[in-house]
Ligand binder design. Structure first.
Ligand code: SAH
Length: 380
């Protein structure tokens, strides 16, 4: 397979491995995982690699920044380590519809003379446009991030967008007037349609708002979740902890196979979305906690837990969390990780009482350096 050409190569910096063929990127990732464990003194083999059938156009979320450069509107992604925007008309990691909508909006912004925000002077209106696509239902959400409440010509702009793209089911105005590199502000209002779009994932429905955390590769994420969920041997009465649960996806998908799931997530918005997702899918055996996973699991030390699934951020888990897992002594631990180095560091602690049963890599972030893997550990 020939690599697709990227016009932004070496500038945007998001796809660090585009100079390699796709199979070579997989080799790189495999070696990286093996070496990360080796650095901790652990020899591993990778049992399975799930590469992407199509390693392009996989991203379901596009954030386009706007700038005025010598009177010309520029829109696209930031250059690596800079505040300069690369003018973009097509990114090969996003779908055709996302690219088309991005170009269409840019033209409308120019035609309707919408002023562009200037970071230094703090003048102008438009900062970013966020496009989210639910690939299974084909619904699209667009968020205009503005520096002010007032959006001149918005009615006509939205009419044109929704006439052209029937997939657009939600248009949101987000106000962010702070001097910050965080994209979204707190205040939002619906300009068109619903405040969310809905996606389907492994038979369940999930609502996606402009702020929801949702895995960026909706095709590969199903393989990832299957790797995690199928490794749990279920009779139907098990109690499982889903730690670092985000909007509850893993626990909710697993819930029909087990007796009870206890989910813990620190981010309040994600926690509230998880509760809503359980309601929307009529799931009653998942219990949600809005807490720090380390603090919460310590309180559970006397409970009887059959499995722990953990999916921490890149920084990994904490020694205290891992010690609580050792005390809880579940039959198995499933560690879903987006950073092999912290994964190896944490697994080393668990090897006191557990052995590695299976390691798989699921290529979620194709052509980037990011590596998603799943380690299944069983009690010795
Ligand atoms: N399992 C989810 C989310 C994984 S991302 C999914 O597949 O979508 C990691 C999550 O851990 C994020 O939602 C983040 O908010 C949460 N998190 C980070 N630190 C945490 C902590 N100390 N305690 C609990 N959750 C935490």
């Amino acid at each position: 397979m020939e690599n697709k050409t990227c016009k932004l190569k070496d500038k945007c910096g998001a796809c660090q491995l585009l100079h390699l063929t796709y199979p070579k990127t997989i080799e790189y990732k495999k070696k990286y995982v093996i070496d990360s464990f080796k650095n901790e003194g652990i020899n591993v083999i990778i049992d399975k690699v799930i590469d992407a059938k199509s390693p392009y156009q996989y991203r379901n979320k596009m954030i386009i920044a706007f700038q005025n450069h010598k009177g010309k509107v520029i829109s696209g992604f930031y250059e690596e380590n800079s505040h300069k925007i690369i003018d973009l008309d097509n990114c090969i990691m996003h779908s055709d519809i996302q690219n088309k909508i991005a170009n269409f909006i840019k033209k409308l912004i120019i035609d309707f003379h919408v002023s562009i925000y200037d970071e230094d002077r703090r003048t102008g209106l438009l900062r970013y446009v966020l496009i989210r696509e639910a690939v299974h239902t084909k619904e699209v959400l667009i968020t205009f991030v503005l520096s002010d409440d007032i959006f001149p010509s918005s009615k006509e702009i939205i009419r044109r967008i929704t006439n052209e793209f029937k997939e657009v089911k939600a248009v949101i105005q987000n106000v962010n007037n702070r001097k910050t590199s965080i994209v979204l502000g707190d205040k939002e209002k619906v300009l068109y349609g619903r405040p969310y779009i809905e996606d389907e994932l492994m038979g369940l429905k999930f609502k996606i708002t402009s702020k929801s955390f949702y895995q960026v590769n909706p095709i590969q994420v199903e393989y990832l979740y299957k790797e995690a969920i199928n490794s749990i041997k279920c009779k139907g009465d098990e109690t499982v902890i889903d730690a670092y649960s985000g909007i509850g996806t893993i626990g909710l998908i697993l819930s029909k196979n087990v007796g009870k799931v206890i989910s813990v997530e620190q981010n309040r918005q994600a926690y509230l979305a998880a509760i809503q997702n359980a309601k929307d899918n009529n799931i009653r055996n998942v219990y949600f906690e809005n807490d720090d996973a380390t603090k919460f699991i310590k309180e559970l030390e006397n409970e009887s837990i059959d499995y722990v699934i953990m999916d921490p951020p890149r920084t990994g888990s904490t020694p205290q969390f891992l010690n609580s897992v050792l005390k809880l002594s579940p039959r198995g631990v499933v560690y879903v990780s987006c950073d092999p180095q912290t994964l190896a560091r944490d697994v080393k602690v668990l090897l006191k009482s557990y052995k590695i049963e299976h390691i798989s890599i699921v290529d979620m972030f194709c052509f980037t350096k990011h590596i998603e893997s799943v380690v299944v550990l069983n009690k010795k």
